[in-house]
Design a protein around this ligand. Structure first.
Ligand SMILES: Nc1ncnc2c1ncn2[C@@H]1O[C@H](COP(=O)(O)OP(=O)(O)OP(=O)(O)O)[C@@H](O)[C@H]1O
Length: 267
């Protein structure tokens, strides 16, 4: 694995929000999953989303990445409205092509690695840079090898997903997301499908990414990761943000009973 110099935790914090979520609402039929969610994620920081099953965490990530369309409110990533383009004071819906371009800047890692089973680790990583971003094959391969090295899998380029452990597959999935040079990485319970002994390697890669200054929003129940890496912890329940703040405040001195109950349940 390549050596990445640790950066002082506080120097990563910047006042400029890369992600602004304002009063976002989202329903599926009659079920209002996000009720009125507002959140700011400064550039170069890590936000951990905690909350019980069904609280709307995955839906929020999917809205940020425009995998779902919001019903109300707005999401701004790096100054751009998600799903809309600004023209003077008016916002117009984006075309599918414009949405695809916007999505390229946002990497997403899912609970289940979602690698193409018929492609090697390297082929999985170069697929989008070549097919979507139109990069030359040699350049994409060089970058993919660097990324495999970065996630500790330099010797596994020619392995197929079935030949890799779940943790290794998840690290390939992270490398694949990084191959598009995202400005934001979203992680949706990236370790919850892994055997416990494989969780640490994946969290280590994520910790190094954070130290490198990547802006990340992470849905996880890994309280140790939240405590050690997050700049901000957000507790969601019932489609609203119940409580948010520094990890030491939310995790060690939660103000709300709902937060306390949840933390009891995952400890
Ligand atoms: N496409 C969909 N159609 C209908 N209902 C959906 C859809 N996606 C999510 N939901 C519902 O929205 C609610 C919130 O789901 P979501 O996955 O966002 O919660 P979560 O906090 O991420 O929970 P979990 O930890 O279980 O993934 C759930 O009741 C879920 O069934």
């Amino acid at each position: 694995m390549s050596i990445i110099l640790p950066v002082e935790h506080s120097t990563r914090t910047s006042p400029i929000p890369l992600v602004e979520i304002r009063r976002v609402r989202k329903s599926f039929g009659a079920h209002q999953v996000l009720r009125d969610v507002s959140l700011a994620v400064p550039a170069g920081t890590v936000t951990v989303l905690l909350g019980p099953s069904g609280s709307g965490k995955s839906t929020l990530l999917r809205c940020i990445n425009h995998l779902e369309t919001i019903d109300g409110g707005r999401i701004i990533v790096d100054g751009e409205l998600i799903g809309y383009r600004q023209s003077g004071h008016n916002a117009h819906e984006m075309t599918p092509r414009q949405i695809a371009r916007q999505r390229r800047g946002i990497g997403m890692v899912f609970q289940r690695f979602n690698l193409f089973p018929h492609m090697t680790a390297l082929e999985n990583i170069i697929e989008a840079p070549i097919g979507i971003a139109g990069r030359p094959r040699t350049q994409a391969k060089t970058r993919a090898k660097q990324l495999l090295d970065r996630v500790g899998l330099a010797d596994f380029a020619a392995h197929y997903p079935a030949q890799l452990s779940g943790g290794q597959q998840q690290r390939v999935a992270i490398a694949r997301a990084l191959a598009m040079d995202p400005k934001l990485m979203l992680f949706d319970e990236p370790t919850s499908a892994l055997d416990p002994e494989l969780v640490g390697d994946v969290l280590d890669v994520m910790r190094e990414l954070a130290n490198d200054g990547m802006t990340m929003i992470v849905v996880t129940h890994e309280i140790g990761f939240a405590r050690g890496v997050a700049d901000q912890v957000v507790f969601m329940d019932g489609g609203v943000v119940v409580e948010s703040g520094r990890p030491e405040d939310v995790l060690d001195g939660p103000q709300r009973q709902r937060t306390r109950n949840f933390l009891e349940s995952v400890r």
